[in-house]
Design a protein around this ligand. Structure first.
Ligand code: SF4
Length: 358
């Protein structure tokens, strides 16, 4: 008899929280370890709103799916004092209130929080669905952490079948998925999408741009930027790979060609530096250094500033307990690639014909 994990592998569902790991493989591991379940409805990525949207519009289906996923305890995580947490509590869900920090909704941080620890990631040598240890050596029980949209998609696959699911998206990246579009469009919000759609079509679903477009900022702090001229690029892992970006948590923000993009980049980098969980040196010291070097280069350029930034960019990735510093380094590299640092480049008008719609 086919198990739920087999069904999900046949459907090709991948996690909708950003990592895009095959959900069937994760569920199979959790089945073997009789894991608890945490449904992550935090929308932890910059600009993300879709998991709150799932809770607001599809909570019964999402909770129904959890019954197929484990016989053990099920909790739904949402940020403290958020409307999402209030909606979950009103529906009688077993909730986990999560501090509003960037890395606090990372899966090992949620598992640690659920067992009385701080919401900080732990260094992992195997998936948390097989269990782990916190830095003090205390055991973290096997815990399956799935994004809220992912859990809703599991219910849809169980109800409508693999063929229905695969009728959306591409052969490599099947299924419907949600995207959050913010700023610079007529109707910011959460929209149905699927891998392979041109980004220009996603903007149309949000009413189209209402500002001249300099660039699209995709996937928050874990993502990067696409020039307006590339707005017909397919929104998929394969389509975005040449730009060093992935669909991630499904966010698109339109950057106005009349505004200074470095204002947004430096603000995001300051936020990233402040959100380090303060556990790993390359992250705790490296991200503020990255912010300072980039500020020096784009605001007060001095001889050697570019070399200093390049050196720091090389020192940050691959050395933290979570991917926060890696994603932030990629984000900075993408900004440098798309915006350059010379003032003349920043004055270039939009070149893709993307602009305010009549
Ligand atoms: S890499 Fe940074 S954010 Fe991640 S656990 Fe280490 S200190 Fe915290």
């Amino acid at each position: 008899m086919s198990t739920l994990s087999d069904l999900l592998l046949a459907a090709g569902l991948t996690g909708r929280g950003g990592a895009a790991f095959p959900t069937g493989a994760k569920v199979a591991l959790a089945e073997r370890h009789d894991a608890d379940l945490i449904v992550n409805a935090c929308d932890g990525e910059l600009h993300a709103r879709k998991d709150g949207w799932v809770v607001a519009h599809h909570l019964p289906e999402m909770l129904a799916a959890t019954e197929h996923l484990t016989r053990r305890r099920v909790r739904v995580a949402a940020h403290r004092d958020s409307p999402t947490l209030a909606a979950l509590r009103a529906a009688g869900a077993d909730t986990l209130a999560v501090p509003r920090r960037y890395v606090s909704s990372e899966e090992s941080a949620l598992t640690r929080l659920a067992h009385g620890g701080p919401a900080r990631p732990v260094m992992r040598y195997r998936p948390i669905a097989a269990g782990g240890r916190d830095p003090g050596g205390r055991r973290l029980p096997p815990t399956l952490v799935l994004n809220a949209e992912t859990v809703w998609r599991i219910q849809q696959i169980a109800e409508h079948g693999v063929r229905w699911f695969r009728s959306f998206g591409t052969a490599d990246e099947p299924g419907p998925r949600l995207v959050t579009v913010v700023d610079g469009v007529a109707k910011p919000g959460v929209y149905d999408a699927e891998a392979g759609l041109p980004l220009s079509e996603i903007l149309c679903r949000a009413g189209g741009p209402i500002v001249p477009v300099r660039a699209l900022w995709l996937s928050g702090l874990s993502g990067g930027f696409l020039r307006a001229a590339d707005a017909d690029t397919a929104w998929s892992r394969i389509g975005l790979a040449p730009f060093g970006i992935a669909p991630g948590a499904g966010t698109v923000r339109v950057l106005d060609a009349r505004a200074d993009p470095w204002h947004d980049v430096l603000a995001a980098l300051s936020y990233a530096a402040g959100e380090s969980a303060g556990q790993c040196g390359p992250c705790m010291f490296g991200l503020p250094a990255l912010r300072d070097r980039l500020t020096e280069l784009v605001r007060h350029p001095t001889p050697g500033a570019a070399d200093r930034l390049t050196r720091t960019l090389g020192q940050v990735p691959g050395r933290g307990a979570c991917r926060h510093p890696d994603g932030t380094a990629r984000f900075v590299a993408s900004a440098l690639d798309v915006f350059g640092t010379a003032p003349a480049l920043l004055d270039e008008p939009s070149s893709a014909g993307l602009g305010p719609q009549e």
